[in-house]
Design a protein around this ligand. Structure first.
Ligand SMILES: [Mn+2]
Length: 342
């Protein structure tokens, strides 16, 4: 089950509203009352912080799954004044005295994972991850950590953009797709692309794209991109049909990956995979045309070091066009010794 809630929070009445909207999602996932209580606390504190800044504040709450355990990711984004020294807020937050006025301490204590990016004039993106249960000791290898925000056009329930990730020790493979138009039929094309991707995930990327292209003929079609990080050969391979943007960001700069025109399921004159060097410190960003392409991480010093969900949160906040479904997916290597968890 992959679900996401987008909740605007710009005035005090929306704090309670955010909590009321989150609880049914928790119940759907069969969380215990204890878990629901802790998640409500995170949502309430995060929403309260947004109201204080009251500039384009938004909560994005999405479902997580890891080794059979379900969880939620709570992202709070705003374009408020930001913090000159976020590390100091966090230190206050985790101290035993708490941090009156920010509520961050309470969120940190209730979270399995917490991260934050804030800069003066740009605003803040905060991430909290919560697991309703203990993650298993022996998780399968997942070399990349993933953050993804996939949202329907305002007013639509179903989302025509979609994504999927499959990983083992040798390779991580990512699918991003954008079903033509929006609404139910776009979502159907996207879900079918995800299904085909999972079936053919062990093939080379160009073959995966060919299989998805062939299989989508009964749908209205989609733009698709399949990206592989080969952890053995340290390369990225990418193959796309239509408008899925992909970039590799390393210390030496940003590199745009190439895809050919066409519509998967309808017309693809050329299906070709391209190979690029990869190093463990890198970041990949893949997005649909629901996100403008004019972004550069160079405008956000320090952001590439944050959790990929925080990076996705910043790009979604600042570059979502809002008149289309949107997907932005960010992937980066889990640091050595950072483990495989959550
Ligand atoms: Mn689109």
């Amino acid at each position: 089950m992959k679900k996401i809630l987008r909740i605007p929070v710009e005035e005090p009445s929306q704090v309670g509203e955010a909590r009321r909207l989150t609880v049914p999602l928790c119940r759907l996932m069969r969380f215990s009352e204890v878990d629901i209580g802790r998640i409500s606390l995170i949502v309430t504190e995060a929403a309260t912080n947004l109201v204080k800044h009251a500039a384009a504040g938004e909560l994005l709450i999405r479902t997580l799954e890891c080794g059979g355990v379900l969880g939620l990711e709570i992202l709070a984004t705003d374009r408020g004044p930001g913090m000159a020294n976020p590390a100091r807020f966090l230190q206050d937050g985790v101290s035993t005295t708490g941090s009156p006025g920010t509520g961050l301490g309470a969120i940190v204590r209730a979270s399995a994972k917490f991260d934050l990016f804030s800069s003066p004039g740009q605003g803040t993106v905060m991430m909290s991850r919560y697991w309703a249960g203990r993650l298993p000791r022996d998780l399968p290898a997942r070399p990349l950590e993933i953050g993804a925000i996939c949202l329907p056009i305002p007013g639509e329930e179903s989302c025509g953009d979609g994504w999927a990730v499959e990983q083992d020790r040798q390779r991580s493979v990512v699918l991003a797709c954008d079903g033509l138009g929006h609404g139910l039929d776009a979502a159907k094309a996207s879900l079918e692309a995800e299904r085909l991707f999972r079936i053919h995930r062990t093939r080379p990327v160009a073959e995966i794209v060919e299989m998805v292209h062939a299989g989508l003929c009964s749908t209205r079609g989609a733009a698709i991109g399949v990206l592989e990080v080969d952890h053995v050969d340290a390369v990225v391979r990418f193959c796309g049909i239509g408008n899925i943007a992909a970039r590799i960001i390393t210390a030496s700069g940003e590199r745009h990956l190439v895809s050919h025109n066409g519509i998967a399921g309808q017309e693809a004159r050329k299906i070709q995979q391209f190979t690029y060097p990869w190093d463990d410190g890198g970041l990949v960003v893949v997005h649909s045309d629901g996100i403008a392409t004019r972004w550069s991480l160079a405008d956000y010093p320090g952001l590439p070091r944050r959790h990929p969900s925080v990076v996705a949160g910043v790009l979604n906040r600042d570059f979502r066009r809002g008149h289309d479904d949107s997907l932005v997916l960010v992937a980066k290597s889990r640091g050595r010794g950072a483990g495989n968890r959550g």
